[in-house]
Structure formats: structure tokens, C-alpha cells
Design a protein around this ligand. Structure first.
Ligand code: GTP
Ligand code: MG
Length: 197
């Protein structure tokens, strides 16, 4: 897919104040610092579109971007951020889960997972919750540039195997890097296909 335009629309914590659900929507979610905002910038080839930081917990709101005036890309705050208060974590739970459950134009959630690590319980639990809620999702393994392809492939295989405990069919996955931009075209192609159908 050719990205002609990628524009910031709004930031929100309230589901009732989100843009009208008139365009297909795709959301990026995952642990704090996994690279959600960076991958959005890599995909759209627009540095600084989504705010990134070395410190976890940068994205705090539901951020809408409109792509080619045709679909929404959403940057969400990360989960599993250790240095936050119980109240913040509870707030996250409330508004993000509400958004994911209620957003009627949400076509697919991309769950970002750090390709350097063995399967983490928090990511597996989150995928299970999406499954239980019947929310369609795909897996996006990030930071592929940080280790060998063999290591990434091993971690991906472990994660997929771990999911087999709960799922009969494992959703598709992508191996990506915001640095080298590998995998970004594949995600865009998948979004294009969903938009067309
Ligand atoms: P929160 O908003 O805090 O949840 O984080 P996030 O998931 O949006 O992560 P963000 O995109 O802000 O990136 C976190 C850090 O990881 C930054 O220092 C990025 O430069 C770095 N980073 C993200 N993606 C990649 C990648 O593919 N390769 C490398 N080498 N670094 C990356
Ligand atoms: Mg972010």
C-alpha cells in the first residue's frame, strides 16, 4: 500500500469522544516500550507522527491517525509498565479494554511482542483475553534488528506453540523492525486486503 497521507486526528481516554466510527480501524497494542509508536512511524514513513521514547510509558492516550483519508491507525498505551501506580494500571485496564470491546469499526488488533524474548505471561494472557472476547488479532514481533534471524524465529515459534494451549488456530504473524522497516509492507498489505474485503 502506498501511504499518501498520514495525519494525527486526536488523543483521548474516553471511548465516547473518539472519532465517529466511519472508517475501518486498526490498533497497535503491546507491552510498554515494545515499539508500537516507532512501528507506526516506520509504517507511515513519517518520523515523529507518533511520539516515541526510550522510557516506557510514553504513550498514555488513545491516539488516532488517519491514513490516506481512508482508515484509522491507532497507537495505544502499553501494558505491563512496572513503574506506574496501581491506579494508573487500573485506569489502563478500564479504558483500553472498554475501547477494544466497544469500538465497532475495529477490524484487527496488532499485538506487538518483543522478538528478543521468550514468551512472556503478560503477552500470552492478553492474547487469551482477546480470544475470549472474540476480538480479531494478529501478532507482530518487533525489534528484529536487535538479534539474529535464527533467534527471532525461535522466539516466534515458542510463542506460537504456547498459544496452542488456548487456540486451535494461531493468527498470522509478522517479524518487523522499525529500524530496517522489514515487515512494515506486509502489515500494510494485510490491512489493504482487509479494507478491500
Ligand atoms: P510506550 O508508548 O511507552 O508503550 O512504548 P512504545 O511501545 O510505543 O515504544 P516506542 O516506539 O516509544 O519505542 C521504545 C524504544 O524502543 C525507543 O527507544 C525506540 O527507539 C526503540 N525501538 C522501537 N522499535 C525498535 C526497533 O525496531 N529496533 C530498535 N533497535 N529499537 C526500537
Ligand atoms: Mg508509544
Amino acid at each position: 500500500m502506498l501511504i499518501k497521507t498520514a495525519e494525527f486526528v486526536c488523543s483521548n481516554t474516553r471511548v465516547d469522544l473518539l472519532p465517529a466510527p466511519t472508517l475501518p480501524e486498526y490498533a497497535f497494542i503491546g507491552r510498554s516500550n515494545v515499539g508500537k509508536s516507532s512501528l507506526i512511524n516506520a509504517m507511515t514513513r513519517k518520523k515523529g507522527l507518533a511520539k516515541t521514547s526510550q522510557k516506557p510509558g510514553k504513550t498514555q492516550l488513545i491516539n488516532h491517525f488517519v491514513i490516506n483519508s481512508n482508515w484509522y491507525l491507532v497507537d495505544l498505551p502499553g501494558y505491563g509498565f512496572a513503574q506506574t501506580s496501581k491506579k494508573n494500571r487500573a485506569d489502563w485496564e478500564r479504558f483500553i479494554r472498554k475501547y477494544l470491546r466497544q469500538r465497532e469499526n475495529l477490524q484487527c488488533v496488532f499485538v506487538l511482542i518483543d522478538s528478543r524474548h521468550e514468551p512472556q505471561k503478560i503477552d500470552l494472557d492478553f492474547c487469551c483475553w482477546l480470544g475470549e472476547e472474540g476480538i480479531p488479532f494478529m501478532l507482530v514481533f518487533t525489534k528484529a534488528d536487535k538479534q539474529s534471524g535464527v533467534k527471532s524465529d525461535q522466539n516466534i515459534a515458542h510463542f506460537r506453540r504456547a498459544l496452542l494451549k488456548w487456540f486451535e488456530e494461531i493468527p498470522p504473524h509478522f517479524l518487523t523492525s522499525a529500524e530496517t522497516k522489514i515487515g512494515t509492507e506486509d502489515i500494510l498489505k494485510t490491512i489493504d486486503e482487509i479494507n478491500i474485503n
